[in-house]
Design a protein around this ligand. Sequence first.
Ligand SMILES: [Zn+2]
Length: 113
Amino acid sequence: MHELGILNSMIHTIQNVVNEQGITEVDKLVIEIGELSGIVPHYIEECWPAARYKTFMENTELELIVIPGMVKCRDCGEVFNAVSADLSCPKCGSRNMEILEGNDMIIKEIICK
Ligand SMILES: [Zn+2]
């Protein structure tokens, strides 16, 4: 489970950003997690209380938005959700695909009081 490490480095990054702006408290953090990122949203939620403990984000609420893992078949051009199609093209069965979106995790919003 690498989610705790991901959150720790994310908190560190945000701290650097908000410190520059003189912000000491963050109300809410919104993160987008792609279905193909290899990051499990459920684990992120579970790790959040541990990750924020004794940091400047101790009272910060976390909101997760899951971005569908959309891919395009390189053989027939079909665009589909890779996760619900079990990683093969529903039209031609090919597993040769290009990721269009949903393969990363981004900080969408940092909301302060
Ligand atoms: Zn196809």
